[in-house]
Every structure is written in C-alpha cells, then in structure tokens.
Design a binder for this molecule. Structure first.
Ligand code: NAP
Length: 244
C-alpha cells in the first residue's frame, strides 16, 4: 500500500522537489500553495501524467483556520496520512533598526506559528494511530546568526526548539520528528539575492556552490523512509559544509 504525505509550500522550490521525489517513490501527496495556483496545478498534472497521485489546496500557514481547512481537505483526499513535511516559509530580510512590525510578524507567523498551526491539526491523529513522521524545514539561519535576518533566524531557531520538544512528546509512540537545515539552495528565495552577493556566498561555502532543491528532497526522502526509523529530535544541516 502506498504511503501518504502532506507537504506545505509545494508549489515551487524545495517543496516542489520534495513533492516530485515522494510521488516518484510511490507516495500519494497533498501539497499546498499560497497564491501560485497555476504552478501547483501544473505540478499535479505532471505527477498525474507520470502515473502518480497528488492534489494541491490553498493554505496560508499564518492563519489557523486556513490550516484547519487545508488538513481537512488533505485527509479527505488521502484518507490516511503517514508523513507531514512542514516546508512553507518566507524571508523579509532587513536590518532590525529599519524592520517594520509587519515584516517581523509575517515571518514569525508564517514560518514558526505556521508550523504549529498545521502540525496541531495532525498530531492527535498521529498519536491515536501510533504512527506518523514529521519533518520540519528549518535553515542554517536557525543554527547561526545572519545579519539582516533577525526575524527569519528567530523563526528558524524556533522551529528547531519546536522539533526537539515535539520529538520527545512523540518518541514513546514511535513517531520521529526531525528538522533539516538547508544552507543556500537554488530557488526563487535565493534568486532574489544580488548576483555579487551570491558570488560572495559561493566563496564562503566549502563546496563552492549553491545546493540544489533535489539534494534537499533526497535528504527528506531518507528521513521519512524506514531506513531512518531510529532517528528523532535531530537537526540535519545540508549546506555544502557552510556550518562545518
Ligand atoms: P520558495 O521557492 O520561495 O517557495 C516558498 C513556498 O512556500 C511556496 O510554495 C509558497 O507558495 C509557499 N508559501 C509562502 N508563504 C506561504 C504562507 N503564508 N502559507 C503557506 N505557504 C506559503 O521557498 P524555498 O526556497 O523553496 O524554501 C522552502 C523552505 O526552505 C522554507 O521554509 C525556507 O525558509 C527553507 N529554506 C530555504 C533555503 C534556500 O536557500 N532556498 C535555505 C534554507 C531554508 P506560493 O508558490 O503560492 O507563493
């Protein structure tokens, strides 16, 4: 029987790579988009054409009611859920002395409270079934401070604390909860950075290159496989050696 996964923020970037990888491996997947309905629908079509099964629904992680509706729609489509991948996230980079309250709030509400809002809808279900697996996408910005990212670093560090605490709540039921911390990965998020800044970043990375979304998806695929069943409460950096 195929396994079933929910992926937030699957319409592009790392999330889309995770969705494609899991469906190639036989998972049925429900993923979310915020506003890119067309790219979400194109991805569903691509997966369907390849013989897979997927659906996309709208979700604003910062809105609790939206998370309730999204998870209900996902459960209806999948009937069962084995894996949750909290991936949706945003940046609003700015030095703190000019950061506006809405730039702070939107990042914390989407990235950190958003993971609570979605996970809260599934955790009771996982506990009841004594089955499930949660992977939270944090960032190297959750491991080290980066100037201009007080809001983003706070949200991504928060996700690490959330993961570790929840891992201890879920361990007795055999439910792994882990975190991944990507470095600089080639997606629209990093394509916003000026070319000169990206070159400086590449020079700082021991492997001298930006990572690929597929490389992150491969780590996620391992963590939600049976091969990783004794791993919980951990943070896996995937960053070309940046935080080594
Ligand atoms: P991305 O290409 O910018 O895609 C972001 C995804 O999140 C999209 O699917 C977007 O939906 C969705 N989204 C945005 N705001 C949302 C909201 N309020 N509610 C629900 N969904 C929302 O980002 P990415 O680079 O793939 O990043 C994915 C995750 O990896 C994020 O958590 C990010 O912090 C983390 N990460 C990325 C990097 C990197 O270098 N790229 C490094 C470390 C960590 P729409 O398409 O509809 O807008």
């Amino acid at each position: 029987m195929s396994k079933k996964a929910i992926v937030t923020g699957g319409s592009r970037g790392i999330g889309a790579a995770i969705v494609e990888t899991l469906t190639r491996e036989g998972f049925e997947v429900v993923f979310s988009y915020l506003s890119n309905k067309e790219s979400a629908e194109n991805l569903v079509q691509k997966i369907t054409d390849q013989g897979g099964r997927a659906a996309a629904f709208q979700l604003d992680t910062s809105d609790y009611e939206s998370a309730v509706n999204f998870v209900n729609q996902a459960k209806e489509f999948l009937t069962e859920v084995d894996v949750l991948i909290n991936n949706a996230g945003i940046t609003r980079d700015k030095s703190l002395f000019i950061m506006q309250k809405d730039e702070w709030d939107s990042v914390i509400n989407t990235n950190l409270s958003g993971y609570f809002n979605v996970t809260r809808q599934l955790i009771g279900y996982f506990f009841k079934n004594k089955r499930g697996c949660i992977i939270n996408v944090s960032s190297v910005s959750g491991l080290v401070g980066i100037a201009g990212q007080t809001n983003y670093c706070a949200s991504k560090s928060g996700i690490i604390g959330f993961t570790r605490a929840l891992a201890k709540e879920a361990a007795k039921l055999g439910i792994p909860v882990n975190c991944i911390a990507p470095g600089y990965i080639d997606t629209e998020m990093t394509r916003q950075l000026p070319e000169k800044h990206l070159e400086e970043i590449k020079n700082m990375i021991p492997m001298h290159r930006i990572g690929k979304a597929q490389e992150v998806a491969d780590l996620v695929s391992f963590l939600c496989s049976e091969k990783a069943r004794y791993i919980t409460g951990q943070v896996f950096a995937i960053d070309g050696g940046l935080t080594a």
